[in-house]
Design a binder for this molecule. Structure first.
Ligand code: MLT
Length: 412
């Protein structure tokens, strides 16, 4: 008899966002006239920057001409894109990252899951609570956890609570862990990390031979010039960190798909017999075997992000979503809610009113205001009593959603 990967059976119900979509669809079917505004999943709404579109159109034409046609590209990505990323995103900010250390991919969600392919099964793993659910679920699928308990926590993972009391930045664990997932600007809380905070993690990781999996998918939303955009702005990070970046949220590529992962050549981990191995070699091997690269057309579009026109156009997009976040913060605060985040991040993290549970608030908001957000408890037990509102939507929808919440707040 064919058997399955039993670890999948340990997973809690559905993945968070499809579960929300399911509930919203049920509501919409029962209420066909409701004008639902979705501020749940962090999916962009604004059109692709002109510079990217122009570059992609040119690339399509090249593909239609025998002399410029391209077949398979390098699995790691084209060097012209990797060089621009290295120069612009890292070297220009004091990060010592070389183009060869950058691996172009079709998304950070896939990369943060796929990275587990190159790690052993006996690692101790720490995640924050709340956390982007992909880090947890992919560890469950890989067999790195035991069963889930009634709080929704998996045996074998170390959960580091992030709460208002610690500014939504986890304390350094007293015990040793092998892999640590950090995400700044944070999804879901919108919190940021200072250089001093990241330095503590880098020092901890180096002292303990740990590896930090640093998700910086939202770095473009940092407005405070003192905050680091990359972990490689911290001395010593080349020896202990992998970083994940994406064009999804800054350049609107959620439907277009382009991202990258940085694996420094100086980053080592141990074989089961205790010898050192370069993780770069393993990731390069993994990608060469399981991935055939991002399409030429899309990589040309991503390259255009680094042109002067592309830079100014993506800044306009980021500013637009940040203005949405500011409107959400101001309106919800005026309505009497306590809000966090949304200043250097596109997510506003809201304390639910009157002690409502996250899912109860979700249902009330959907039924009373026809507005969709994301229940904080979907990101982990410590997210209970919170709610995430995404700033990714049109101005009209954000304003309409805030107006509805303000008008009907007493009913919530
Ligand atoms: C979210 O809403 O948390 C995002 O859509 C996550 C993602 O980009 O996968």
């Amino acid at each position: 008899m064919t058997t399955i990967n039993d670890n999948y059976l340990k997973l809690k119900a559905g993945y968070l966002f499809p579960e929300i979509a399911r509930r919203v669809n049920t509501f919409a079917e029962a209420n066909p006239d409701a004008q639902i505004i979705k501020l749940g999943i962090g999916d962009v709404t604004e059109p692709l920057p002109e510079a990217c579109r122009t570059a992609m159109i040119k690339a399509v034409e090249e593909m239609g001409d025998r002399s410029t046609f391209k077949g398979y590209g390098p699995e790691q990505g084209y060097s012209w894109l990797r060089e621009k990323i290295a120069q612009h995103d890292f070297q220009a900010r004091g990060g010592d990252i070389d183009a060869e250390e950058i691996f172009i991919s079709d998304g950070s969600k896939c990369d943060t899951g796929n990275i587990l392919d190159i790690f052993g099964k006996d690692n101790t793993i720490a995640v924050t609570d709340p956390v982007y659910p992909v880090y947890v679920d992919t560890n469950v699928m890989a067999g790195n956890t035991g069963p889930v308990n009634e709080r929704g926590e998996y045996e074998g993972l170390l959960y580091l609570p992030i709460t208002a009391e610690n500014n939504f930045t986890a304390e350094i664990p007293s015990d040793r862990v092998d892999l640590i997932y950090l995400c700044f600007p944070n999804n879901p809380t919108g919190a940021t990390a200072t250089k001093e905070h990241l330095k503590k993690w880098v020092d901890y990781a180096r002292a303990n031979g740990s590896i930090i999996l640093f998700d910086a998918a939202y770095e473009a939303f940092i407005t405070d010039p003192s905050l680091p955009h990359s972990i490689y702005e911290i001395e010593g990070a080349r020896e202990c960190a992998i970083e994940f970046r994406s064009f999804s949220k800054n350049a609107g590529f959620t439907g277009t798909r382009c991202a990258f992962t940085v694996v420094p050549k100086t980053l080592m981990a141990k074989t089961s017999s205790g010898s050192d191995v370069e993780l770069w070699k393993l990731w390069n091997r993994r990608q060469s075997t399981k991935f055939n690269g991002v399409s030429y057309i899309i990589q040309r579009g991503a390259e255009a992000v680094y042109s002067p026109a592309g830079q100014s156009q993506i800044q306009q997009l980021v500013d637009f979503y940040l203005e949405n976040a500011q409107i959400i913060r101001e309106k919800l605060t005026a309505a009497g809610l306590t809000v966090y985040g949304g200043v250097n991040a596109p997510y506003v993290w809201v304390k639910t009113p009157s002690g409502l549970s996250s899912w109860d608030f979700f249902d009330k908001l959907l039924q009373t205001c026809n507005v969709v957000g994301t229940p904080g408890s979907g990101f982990g037990a410590a997210g209970e009593g919170y709610f995430r509102i995404s700033a990714f939507n049109s101005r009209q929808n954000v304003e309409a959603a805030m107006e509805r919440i303000t008008d009907k707040f007493k009913a919530l």
